[in-house]
Design a protein around this ligand. Sequence first.
Ligand code: LLP
Length: 403
Amino acid sequence: MIDFANLASEFGTPLYVYDATEVRRRIHLARAVFEGLDAHIFFAVKANTNPALLSLIKMEGVGADVVGPGELEAAVRAQIRDLLLNGNGKTPAIAGAFVDAGGSYVSMDTPDELSLWHDFPVKRLLRVNPNIVAGGHKHIATGGNVHKFGVAPERIPEAIGYLDGLHVHIGSQILDPEPFREAYTAGVNLAQSYKLKLLDIGGGWGIRYGHDERDLDLDEFRERVVLPVLRPFDGTLLVELGRWIIASAGSLLLQVISVKKSGKTFVVVDAGMNALIRPALYDAWHDVEPIRPRGPRCLCDVVGPVCETGDVLAHDRELALPDPGDILRIANTGAYGFSMASNYNGTMRPAEVLVDGANTTLIRRRETLDDFFATCSTQFRTSHATQRNDSDSHSSGEPHESN
Ligand code: LLP
């Protein structure tokens, strides 16, 4: 059992806490699904970019699926060599960095991307869009033909001489095996008809956030999808899992600033959509509980300190009414929590700690004002007379100190 109270007092809040045991458990469960198949698991780094977590994941023999340069660098710092590059807006810069890092698999979003990869010794996959819509929210469904990702299967011939495989990823937070079955059936058929030996089946495995949900049932997934559809595929499978591996391992600890009664009861905590944007962006549910429940149960909104009406972490939630100073734990926040956090309202992003049995490590210190301003300058060039400093020593066009 993790002692959240102790962690909050030692490291302060807002604080992300990750449980290494849960990460390992999840990876083992995922691996068991593909037992007997030639399948290669990658962690979708977009879910969590902390290099220490990537090191942990690497120790379990999992590679890294990266998109941006920071994700790539995080994987490199964790000494992951088994790399897969994704994304629908790749630049020559990211292509070069990926090759320099020794990356081997590239999912091209369109045949036009071939020009980026002609000279590089990578395995090229083409992302095809099977026109299947699935996923926990319209913003995270990707497999419809109106979504921006991939191309219709009719475009495979444009790239065929240069292709090693295909990629099918239809969305995220999918709890039902059926859309996977349909998408992979299409993917396997296409790969076989073009004699391609690599199939990237993406990620998207859903987890239980609310009480009325349950994790994607992996026994059912193996029975209905893996054994009948994927096992007959004569080639290598690539799998890109983000949420499944890291979501349930993460908790966000927040401190109650005030409890206010107006039209509703508001529990105001020390971070909201700036630390965890999922509820505001997707109406996502996260369980919230005081780590030491004691007050009477009461219906309330748990809200952050950010100047947005949408800065709500939990709507109309019944919880043991906390007092100012109490600590709340927001559950299942390991995926798309810190990685989507912002500095909105000039707030500093949370610290992160990793708990591995009896050991706790601060794996990202809290941001400081110096971090926040590290990329800024108060100097600027101006031709506007009123922006000039009082001294005549500067002519227009010279850098000036602004007020
Ligand atoms: N592969 C590709 C090509 C992806 O675009 C994604 C996620 C994954 C794999 C990993 O999906 P996962 O296993 O984590 O479902 N911010 C949203 C989720 C966006 C997912 C984007 N792509 C959220 O907080 O729910």
